[in-house]
Design a binder for this molecule. Structure first.
Ligand SMILES: Nc1ncnc2c1ncn2[C@@H]1O[C@H](COP(=O)(O)OP(=O)(O)OC[C@H]2O[C@@H]([n+]3cccc(C(=O)O)c3)[C@H](O)[C@@H]2O)[C@@H](O)[C@H]1O
Ligand SMILES: Nc1ncnc2c1ncn2[C@@H]1O[C@H](COP(=O)(O)OP(=O)(O)OP(=O)(O)O)[C@@H](O)[C@H]1O
Ligand SMILES: NC(=O)CC[C@H](N)C(=O)O
Length: 704
């Protein structure tokens, strides 16, 4: 007889140290799960506290607060269960930190039913790569070991739960990313369901990797595999994209919404457990049964097939499913990646506004690619939130001060027209700050883009301020007046720096956050004026390279942001990006024409070198070889490419202090240059001189 079980997941927007709020969101998910007759409800990794609590994970008082919050969840669950008849058929798996009296802290999944707490499964492989530092706070749990937790008096460690014959095991996030994943051993422990509570930050393309190991886990281990992820921009820089995934018989059978700004996003589906067991029965591998460390729970989590049709027709089931918007299925390639990027930027900015309780943003808008994408992201952030929440909840979620400034929507008024005409002028202030080196082209690009997204647009001329500094400096050096011939960098930088105080003043006055506009390529090379255009609170596009920024801008103009309208996929284009997209990137800091690429190197070369160095961990000579192998030698000879590699490393090694001083940014690409979390690099170094010499020796060898 086939056994079915209803698996549910909850993506939760948890907030570090907001214990009450976190418990409340967990109870909302439980309530929705109960109403939908979910049998197994999975919550994300560290769902109780949030993932981004960093050094507080080691604090005793923090862990005591987590313990108290667990008790609140247990009490809340029991109260909800009391009101319902099906409550004895649900098991919850919820991520939380647990401290031992000796001070060791573990990253665990608590198994909870309406009867109380049954045990904890612990994470075995702590994430320590990229921006993860879990071993700093947590201990890894050894495979195959279970102890009794002295405070909770329940089994703790590498446990398998057996609920009425249905066996459930856990791989916690990183556990499933390593080669020796726990699922390998859980296979021998005959688990039917593998749960993966995750706190997996967004990075472009990462969702495909998740889908891969989830499908493969389901296929190879013969299990139903469920994956729940956190949502929201917890620590201000990592963006969690939610995106629940449920796989059965080696296929993804249900996907939850991603980048949704609602507090709780549910996904659930009915799966056939017996059908998954078949792949174990017919496997060529002999299963060496391991029946140790099993926690028996008296719960029936399965439905026989003669009861399943009645369960399917239960009209309350859909209350625990937030449908994935239709457009995701129709996307692929760059279209998918650019959609992810825009939704991620939007999510991040939404959280910065709603959690800082400020009145929106100020952007120094130049008409160039970087600040254009930053301004567009603020628009996307509100556009998406409005689509997902509707007008009422959109206004209710905004900080009160900001919401109070926005006129109500009139009956019959179009939602997007209202956003542009009534909301965006209060949300975003854009400022063009011309000098004698600015052009009509950039002014118009800034003005028309601001208009299209409904931002308030101001313009002023900072040339008099710049000239004032020239007079002050010339006063000190009457015999050596400033000139472009002798003082190129100083005369460029004073313009960028003169833009900073005024725009900060507007941010102060309007209670808005100033956004810095530096990108990943510029950060690598220090191609920005410190304390000038690096000014701001958060650097929205710091995690995106320039090549991608330009492509995203073109895509926003020509293809547009996908959204769901009445259950159909639609696009929202930003046509005025055209004026930005036709220009070559320029700093506009010199009197004669200036382009970034003439100052530096072509951005495609720069970004390829950066990828080789950061993602593939290569040094100069190997990078040169990769450039040649990847066809860059069609447009540039070997010496020219070697010169670009040399310039890249010289600038990279000269400017790590700038990376320490620039604003924190959203993590978007797989790699990042955030010196505090991602790429650690000595401030003082010898500029890779030996390695560059080795590269040139190689060029001589090849070229003669
Ligand atoms: N070897 C070394 N190692 C470490 N630090 C060194 C150094 N030499 C100078 N420094 C320090 O660095 C300072 C220079 O840094 P900083 O003042 O920031 O200026 P710097 O990095 O020299 O120049 C800024 C560059 O950014 C470009 N920029 C600016 C603004 C916008 C854009 C755009 O993309 O549109 C581009 C501009 O064209 C210029 O090439 C020096 O005054 C000195 O204090
Ligand atoms: N005329 C200007 N008015 C307002 N802000 C400016 C102006 N020129 C430069 N800035 C600010 O300085 C930042 C750095 O300039 P930069 O040239 O690197 O970026 P961009 O102009 O946005 O893009 P691009 O480099 O593609 O032209 C801009 O993003 C913008 O915030
Ligand atoms: N929390 C984790 O274990 C995160 C690590 C995992 N590799 C991810 O990024 O998804």
């Amino acid at each position: 007889m086939a056994n079915y079980t209803r698996i549910g997941t909850a993506a939760l927007r948890q907030i570090p140290f907001d214990f009450k709020g976190n418990v409340s969101r967990i109870l909302t998910a439980i309530e929705r799960g109960l109403d939908a007759h979910i049998n197994i409800l999975l919550m994300p990794e560290l769902a109780l506290t949030g993932y981004g609590c960093e050094d507080n994970f080691s604090y005793q008082e923090f862990n005591q607060a987590a313990e108290a919050a667990l008790n609140d969840v247990l009490a809340g669950y029991q109260a909800l269960a009391h009101e319902r008849e099906h409550a004895d058929n649900m098991l919850i798996a919820m991520g939380m930190p647990v401290m031992f009296p000796g001070g060791q802290v573990y990253n665990t999944t608590a198994f909870i039913s309406a009867d109380g707490l049954h045990g904890f499964a612990c994470k075995q492989y702590l994430a320590r790569n990229g921006l993860h530092y879990e071993p700093r706070w947590f201990e890894a749990w050894p495979r195959g070991r279970v102890v009794n937790h002295p405070t909770f008096n329940v089994p703790f460690g590498d446990v398998v739960v057996n609920a009425g014959g249905l066996r459930i095991g856990v791989e916690t996030c990183e556990d499933a990313w390593v080669a020796n994943r726990p699922g390998r051993d859980l296979y021998h422990r005959n688990v039917d369901v593998l749960l993966n509570p995750s706190a997996s930050h967004f990075a472009v393309g990462k969702n495909f990797i998740r889908e891969q190991f989830i499908k493969e886990g389901s296929r190879a281990f013969g299990v139903v595999y469920a994956y729940a992820n956190l949502a929201g921009t917890e620590n201000g820089t990592s963006i969690f994209d939610g995106g629940s995934l449920i796989a059965s018989e080696g296929k993804i059978v249900s996907r939850g919404d991603r980048f949704n700004v609602r507090d709780v996003v549910m996904n659930q589906t009915l799966v056939n457990v017996s059908a998954n067991r078949v792949s174990r029965v017919i496997s060529s591998e002999t299963i060496d049964i391991d029946d140790t460390n099993v926690v028996d729970i008296e719960l029936s989590l399965t439905l026989p097939n003669d009861a399943v049709l009645a369960a399917r027709s239960n009209d309350r089931v859909d209350s625990a499913k937030d449908e994935l918007p239709v457009f995701w299925d129709s996307l692929s390639g760059d279209d998918y990646a650019f959609t992810e990027i825009c939704y991620a930027l939007g999510n991040g900015l939404w959280d910065w506004t709603t959690r800082t309780h400020t009145d929106g943003y100020v952007v120094s808008l130049s008409g160039g690619a970087d600040s254009a994408l930053v301004a567009a992201s603020v628009y996307v952030s509100h556009f998406v939130a409005l689509e997902q929440l509707g007008v009422h909840d959109y206004l209710a979620t905004l900080p009160k001060g900001l919401a109070a400034k926005i006129d109500a929507i009139a009956p019959g008024e179009d939602k997007i027209a209202w956003l542009k005409e009534k909301a965006m002028p209060k949300v975003l202030l854009c400022l063009y700050q011309g000098t004698d080196n600015s052009s009509e082209t950039t002014f118009n690009a800034a003005k028309y883009l601001a208009e299209e997204i409904g931002a308030t647009f101001h313009s002023w001329n900072i040339e008099p301020v710049v000239q004032q500094y020239h007079s002050l400096v010339n006063g000190l050096y009457p015999d050596r007046p400033l000139s472009w011939k002798t003082d190129d960098i100083a005369m460029q930088n004073i313009q960028a720096r003169s833009r900073s105080p005024g725009v900060w003043m507007l941010a102060n006055r309007e209670n808005k956050l100033l956004i810095a506009t530096s990108n990943l390529s510029e950060s690598a090379l220090g191609y920005a004026t410190m304390d000038g255009d690096t000014s701001g609170v958060i650097s929205v596009i710091a995690g995106i390279n320039k090549t991608t920024i330009r492509k995203v801008n073109r895509w926003l103009e020509e293809v547009g942001l996908p959204l769901s309208v009445d259950g159909k996929s639609a696009r929202h284009q930003l046509k005025e990006m055209h004026r930005v997209n036709v220009q070559q990137p320029t700093a506009e800091l010199r009197p004669e024409e200036q382009t970034d690429e003439a100052d530096l190197m072509p951005y495609v070369v720069c970004d390829f070198i950066m990828d080789c160095y950061l993602a593939r961990q290569m040094w100069p000579k190997s990078i040169l070889v990769e450039l040649m192998l990847n066809g860059f030698d069609k447009d540039h000879d070997m010496r020219q490419l070697a010169a670009y590699v040399e310039r890249w490393f010289r600038l990279f090694c000269r400017n790590p202090w700038k990376r320490y001083g620039t604003r924190a940014g959203f993590h978007i690409e797989q790699v990042s240059l955030d010196p505090k979390t991602f790429h650690r690099f000595p401030l003082l170094n010898n500029g890779f001189s030996e390695q560059l010499q080795q590269m040139w020796d190689y060029v001589e060898e090849v070229e003669g």
